[in-house]
Design a protein around this ligand. Sequence first.
Ligand SMILES: *Cc1c(COP(=O)(O)O)cnc(C)c1O
Length: 374
Amino acid sequence: MLPYGRQSITDADVAAVAEVLRGDWLTTGPQVTGFEEDLAGWTGGVPCAVVSNGTAALHTAYAAAGIGPGHEVVTTPMTFVATASTAIAQGATVVFADVEEDTANLDAAAAAAAVTSRTRVITAVDYAGHPAEYDDLRKVADDADALLIADAAHAIGSVYRERPVGSLADLTTFSFFPTKNLTTAEGGAVAAADPARLTAAKRFRGIGMVRERDELREPDEGGWHQEVHTFGLNYRLPDVLCALGRSQLRRLAAFKARRAELTARYNEALAGVPGLRVPVQRAWVDPAWHLYPVRVLDGRRREVYDELRAAGIGVQVNYIPVYWHPVFADLGYRRGMCPNAERFYAEELSLPLFPDLTDADQDRVIDALVTALR
Ligand SMILES: *Cc1c(COP(=O)(O)O)cnc(C)c1O
């Protein structure tokens, strides 16, 4: 089965991991800070804290944003469930706002309409790698006296109005799952410009432990002493995987270029095919495309999905609206809340897109899709 996404691993990646395995540190060591510094090269210098996966990155960002019971998080339903579930894990309430009809990114006007006096965070998602409308969302967040979080699990390497993803929100989260724009097997990161929020993120990923002597409540307890001031979890990303991340990051520009090339080839081959809509791109963004999401019209998405799967093409659907998950239905969320997201879900199909996808395999996908639509 040709997958919809997959990693690209070279001998250099393998060598980078093997070298760390033979060294002194397997977990917290020099590769962690090295990877964090390298990542800041992609966030416009905004410092990063690496964590064990993208879900942990979201949980850490919400903790660093200080959200808890009684607070509301406004977000998009057109995302992976973790964007919302990690806010609930912090005790907050999630309020879903609808998406733009074409990009499937959080609609700023819908987000503004969902704001209440309890809103503390607005979380955008750069769906498929296309940055959300950050200038408008920033205004909504400021007016609400809320923080802006970017779930950029799809979008490391993307640029919005000449500014890189990672520099657009108060906190930005990344995922390094194998299908994403770069991989550490499991992994993620939080970018935060505000030093207090970065420190809060680093503490949360490390069980909440405080080691800095000038911050200890009992500084004279002894050289071994460390203290927990706020609760945290073990969300550390090991040195071994940070070495893989640093090696992968050297190819992120090439990954982005190949993803753009494949996207342009799909656009050219599929634009104008009856019964199909190709993804849009705003003039002011430069996406690192993670997905190639087409829209299959006329209620034919399921039939086309089944036919392509039967032809050995691993198409995917991204995503079921988050509040359709039974756990949200059980909390009282009802279908019909976000019609643009629901229509998008009904039509969406992600075609294979990854740097090592060959032109020949892509042509096979295009032929199979066009045939299925006839
Ligand atoms: C992949 C993904 C996550 C979760 O990342 P993991 O590394 O799989 O935990 C969160 N949000 C979005 C939008 C994602 O695509």
